[in-house]
Design a protein around this ligand. Structure first.
Ligand code: GLA
Length: 774
């Protein structure tokens, strides 16, 4: 709800309030962003109680207001030239080489905030405010747009620049918002990483100077995801002022967090000004991407909940939001390029027998694609591998009750392809020089409408050629060979979003999964068209916990695609129990990435049970609230249905704890009545005990012999030793919330018994909680 009284703008969501006002200079002065406060808002909040001006500060209007300087005023938009020496949020080069001083002109309320330049807009906004600011000398108008999403506690912001001069202008910086907040001894939480180790969380104390959180590779990047979080130093998982920022854009982004000498904190986010320049001709408009702001006094879990609600309710297409996602079996790590129809047929049958729901054929089905060195662009079926075409495979899937998914990489071309020979002018970059390759490929120039239309029509042909229910849309190299400053990356994404807007309208039932060598383009722009994104090329369940930890702070589990892969892991060569591989993947959009015909009978059984379990409980993962919860060793996550009656606890051990006490886990927000907490069976492979088996076996049986191998392939250690008695407790919800229950400890090198867990490093547990009533 937006209330405007006497030039004070109050933007309320269910739990937050955002306030700014027209000040004595007709600037927009920021007043408050935090937990909901009641109205009427006292005009006194506008007052800056000060009877002096600090040392070398400039005074904006000495005659009328001798004690006010812009150098520390909280502003809704920041330009340079009048004494504000913090980072400006807007810079425009005009032929007269002038600065900008934007003053309030008018405002309007609306119900719609759709941008007209193909950039994605969140749907279902409750209310919109537009405030027009104008510089009469420069003849430039800037519109500050605010979208209020009440139930998600989100405010979206962007700016629109209008050129009312007679000459062209050049925009060199246009952040989507500027927000100046008071210092609260903040920690800054960002993500950092690279290929296969994306989105690792980083926390640092905010100190004087500027922190730049950005990407310049032509994508939102695996280096620094666009979101960032500020939290008061004393804050934690469940308490403390916490402010989250994200951006609905997939190109180069920059987030700026600045503490100036007077300790005001300035936040910005938007298109990365580094490398950017946009020419704006007479009477033309420029619109920035939407930034997303949220705040909570309930710590990281509070901001997480707001972000998740916002993405699920306003970013993901309503065709897929809150809907269960199919269990995928993807052939990539099972076969790489080395497959034929027979092999895939066997995989499809086995995937179905295991209870999977969609089979995805990854890279290698088209052109002469037997390695990553050729054929991108030649989207005709490889008849040597697949003589009966895609329709045959999709029919086979249907007969086996599976959906059929397909990998594509439509924005790219290999120089070794028919397309490149026919259309060399279609690639991005300066073609008068040698173009830079990445994974042996070049990028198609999506700023061109003919290239966009080629992709749309090719994709339409592919999707019409068989019954395809899912597309994995890959993007395997960054952009390059561009001038140091241009609008090319921005225009590339406008072209890309146009392609996706048309394709998702034409094929509304197809589940598009984004991918960019894993998580090199995991952002809200992609999620506006792709309900889920392949999070990383690393499928190692230990590394994945760190990656998914970073993602799940800002994006809901349904968006975070995660698969179980084979032991030994192909990226790290680490060995992790199947239970843990399954549970880590279940905390996202769940699936498998292995050859299902290479499993032991025991592994098959575990997977069948896991799929049944997931089908029974996945609505809690898609629709419930995720919180990281306290445990005294390792990591624990809780999912709770909205009515708080059904829940799941995933616990990950990390490294083995010798001399363990019973594990302490504190659930969150359970009701006061009775709950049943039931552990799921764990499955430890008998061979994991190695030479220890000698203690329990007759001397004739060798630990690495055939008998043990047979046992290992058919029974878990828990079953073999008749210890498969998972913990069940019936107890009041508040007892679980306060950590009064002793969870079984893990095995610690000596002794065995039914009241313990058998795992070593990378073990895990899964508990189901059900409300039994008062
Ligand atoms: C990228 C993806 C992988 C796989 C390969 C295929 O690396 O991230 O999942 O699809 O391409 O070439």
């Amino acid at each position: 709800m937006i209330n405007i009284v006497d030039g004070v703008f109050v933007l309320n969501t269910a739990q937050t309030t955002y306030i700014f006002a027209i000040d004595e200079f007709s600037h927009l002065r920021h007043l408050y962003y935090g937990a909901h406060i009641s109205e009427p808002i006292a005009r006194e909040m506008l007052m800056i109680p000060r009877d002096f001006i600090a040392g070398t500060s400039l005074v904006y209007d000495e005659k009328e207001y001798p004690f006010i300087s812009l150098h520390d005023l909280p502003l809704e938009i920041a330009t340079s030239g009048k004494g504000d020496y913090r980072n400006p949020s807007l810079e425009i080069l005009t032929p007269r080489e002038e600065y900008l001083d934007l003053k309030y002109l008018k405002h309007e309320l609306d119900q719609d905030i759709t941008l007209t330049n193909n950039l994605p807009t969140p749907h279902g906004v409750d209310q919109t405010l537009r405030v027009y600011l104008h510089d009469e000398v420069a003849k430039i108008t800037v519109i500050l747009q605010y979208g209020v999403f009440e139930n998600s506690n989100v405010i979206t912001r962007n700016i629109v620049i209008e050129n009312h001069t007679l000459s062209p202008l050049q925009i060199t910086k246009a952040f989507s918002f500027n927000l100046d907040v008071r210092n609260q001894d903040f920690n800054l939480i960002t993500t950092a990483g690279g290929w296969a180790n994306e989105t690792h969380l980083k926390k640092q104390k905010l100190t004087s100077g500027i922190y730049l959180h950005d990407a310049k590779s032509g994508t939102s990047s695996n280096r620094h995801n666009p979101y960032y979080i500020l939290q008061e130093e004393q804050g934690g998982l469940n308490h403390g002022y916490t402010l989250g920022v994200n951006l609905i854009y997939s190109g180069n982004h920059a987030g700026v967090v600045e503490m100036n000498p007077s300790k005001t904190i300035r936040l910005q986010s938007g298109i990365n000004p580094d490398g950017f320049i946009y020419p704006l001709t007479r009477e033309q408009q420029f619109q920035t991407p939407w930034a997303v702001l949220t705040v909570s006094e309930d710590g990281l879990n509070g901001v997480r909940r707001n972000f998740h609600d916002f993405v699920e309710n306003h970013i993901i297409s309503p065709n897929f939001a809150h809907k269960n996602r199919p269990i995928i079996l993807n052939n990539w790590e099972g076969t790489y390029f080395n497959f034929d129809e027979k092999k895939l047929g066997k995989m499809i049958k086995q995937a179905s027998a295991l209870g999977c729901e969609t089979f995805v054929l990854d890279d290698g089905w088209f052109g002469e694609r037997n390695s990553d060195a050729s054929s991108l662009g030649d989207w005709d079926i490889n008849l040597k591998k697949l003589p009966h075409g895609l329709a045959y495979l999709s029919d086979l899937c249907k007969k086996n009750s599976l959906g059929f998914g397909l990998w594509v990489e439509m924005e790219m071309v290999n120089p070794n392809s028919k397309l490149y020979k026919e259309k060399p002018a279609w690639v991005l970059g300066d073609k008068s020089r040698q173009l830079t390759l990445g994974r042996h490929q070049l990028v198609l120039d999506l700023t061109r409408e003919d290239v966009q239309n080629f992709i749309i029509e090719k994709m339409t042909d592919i999707l019409s050629s068989a019954d395809i229910t899912y597309i994995k849309w890959d993007w395997n190299r960054p952009l390059s060979d561009l001038p140091p400053r241009s609008s090319i990356v921005f225009d590339y994404y406008r072209g890309f979003y146009r392609v996706m807007e048309i394709l998702t309208k034409r094929f509304p039932h197809v589940l598009f999964e984004g991918c960019a060598s894993g998580g090199n383009r995991f952002d809200l722009g992609i999620l506006s068209y792709f309900p889920q994104i392949w999070s990383s090329d690393c499928t190692d369940a230990y590394e994945r916990q760190a990656i998914q930890d970073g993602l799940l702070l800002a994006y809901p589990p349904s968006a975070v695609s995660a698969h179980v892969s084979a032991n030994i892991n192909h990226q790290t060569r680490r060995q992790i129990p199947l239970d843990t591989r399954i549970r880590v993947a279940m905390t996202g959009a769940f699936g498998y990435e292995l050859d299902p015909n290479e499993l032991t009978p025991l592994e098959e059984k575990i997977i069948v049970n896991a799929n049944d379990f997931y089908k029974l409980h996945r609505s809690i993962i898609v629709d419930g609230d995720l919180e990281q919860i306290y445990c005294n060793h390792g990591r624990a996550y809780q999912w709770l249905s909205k009515d708080k009656k059904h829940g799941l606890i995933f616990y990950f051990n990390q490294l083995v704890d010798l001399n363990p006490q019973p594990l302490l886990i504190k659930t969150k927000d359970l009701l006061v009545g009775k709950y049943q907490l039931k552990a799921q069976s764990n499955h430890t492979m008998i061979k994991e005990f190695g030479g220890l088996l000698k203690m329990a076996l007759p001397t004739l049986i060798k630990p690495d012999g055939k008998i043990i191998q047979h046992l290992n392939d058919h029974q878990s250690a828990e079953q073999f030793m008749k210890m498969d008695q998972p913990q069940i407790v019936i107890v009041n919800g508040d007892a679980l919330n306060h950590g009064a229950v002793n969870f079984y400890p893990s095995w610690a090198g000596t002794g065995v018994g039914p009241h313990m867990y058998f795992y070593s490093d990378f073990g895990s547990r899964l508990y189901v909680i059900e409300y039994l009533g008062e």
